[in-house]
Design a protein around this ligand. Sequence first.
Ligand SMILES: Cc1cc2nc3c(=O)[nH]c(=O)nc-3n(C[C@H](O)[C@H](O)[C@H](O)COP(=O)(O)OP(=O)(O)OC[C@H]3O[C@@H](n4cnc5c(N)ncnc54)[C@H](O)[C@@H]3O)c2cc1C
Length: 433
Amino acid sequence: MENKEVIHTDLAIIGAGMAGMAAGMFAANRGIDAVVAGGAGGFEYASGLLDLWGLTNPGKGYCKDPWKGVAQISESWPLHPFLKTSESDIGKGFDELTDGLQQNGLAHTGLPRGNTRIITALGTAKITYRLPLTMAHNAAALKGKHSTLLLDFNGLREFRARFVQQVLASTWPDISIAAIPFPQMSMRSELFTPLMAQAMETEQVQDQFASAVKPLLKGEQFLGLPAILGINRSGEIMKRLEDLLGIKIFEIPTSPVSVPGIRLKETFKKALEGTCVTRLPDQRVLLASHEPGKGFTLETGTKSGTATTRIQAKNCLLATGRFLSKGLVSDRKGVQESVFNLPVAQPKDRQQWHTPGYFDPRGHPINLAGLTTDEKFRPLGKDNSPVHENLYAAGSILAGQDWMRTRSGAGLSIATAFHAVGQIALNRAKASN
Ligand SMILES: Cc1cc2nc3c(=O)[nH]c(=O)nc-3n(C[C@H](O)[C@H](O)[C@H](O)COP(=O)(O)OP(=O)(O)OC[C@H]3O[C@@H](n4cnc5c(N)ncnc54)[C@H](O)[C@@H]3O)c2cc1C
């Protein structure tokens, strides 16, 4: 006899990356009983910045107004998922999500309708729509090219203050650099930002950090450092250190495994605690089926393939990401969707996946591959009608977008999850009337 937990729910969300967790938060806010099943590995790659649209036209400088870009999408991206929603709903999705994160300790900031530029660990400028509060002074320091001390840590390879200084030297000369051993880790030959951030949660480490930095300050206006200001209380920790040191502090996003990405993941987890949304973390959906009248049956289990839980759901939202997250998989014949084997819009053969120029400004056709949906984000079958009445998709698995090139990763996930969950809420309201 099977000895398996069976969960009955209104909505099964497959995938716990940005789209899946955002969908979980939107479901919780609407009182929709839901289960989020899946890995949250995507967050560890994320910079913590929430992009909306940042594509720059060659020679036109950086994209100041993401909404202008969004309004013009149909000219270059006729199948873009944003065209199935509205500017107003994209904005509402962002606001609801950032409010939810803030209520759980992770505040974001940004211009009401504009992009903000910050420096990265590569010394390059990155534009984004909403940035963690701990990076707000990064934008201010860069904008005014104010005198800044960039801090390095002995043994940390993810960040090199000297490298950033050298890259920026011609445009921002007023940067000085210094290095310190990280408190209580001076014996380690190599440091990792997630460990440093965890250590920063204690006041003892903060105090030792402040004591080590204070003698290095020579009247600079800003202190910049890699993103290490804690995991759960980054805003508070920054404020405390600013008070101790008497200088404005900012974080610089580093490469994966990224502390701001971990913060996002942890904050989403906190936001879903005690709500009508259950998480099945690090469980993959191994098998999925649909029976008319009965809904979806999902078998989840560990990576090794042992099935542990069965989910019976009236609605299902697929948020499994692209190739890196294995929502899409490819072989010699082409690209497949990995859970339901849904039709994937894609170039006719592999020869057409890429254009000859690697840096072709039009991008590569394979990056537009994904699921085609109707206006409600329900994946379409070969006959162009929804495969299942209650199956939805959100995030980077959708066709017609190239989030990496257009710098719209989080925005795409937030807006499509908001729209899809909104549809599910609407159906529930109609059914109960
Ligand atoms: C290196 C990098 C940097 C980035 N930087 C930014 C940035 O600066 N700004 C920005 O806005 N966005 C950024 N992003 C994009 C952003 O983090 C998200 O990746 C993007 O929004 C897509 O989210 P998603 O939820 O659709 O997919 P993903 O984030 O890929 O999440 C999909 C999740 O589904 C899970 N999954 C897959 N198959 C199954 C299954 N069968 N069962 C259960 N779970 C499954 C995967 O484990 C994965 O965790 C970055 C991404 C990367 C990779």
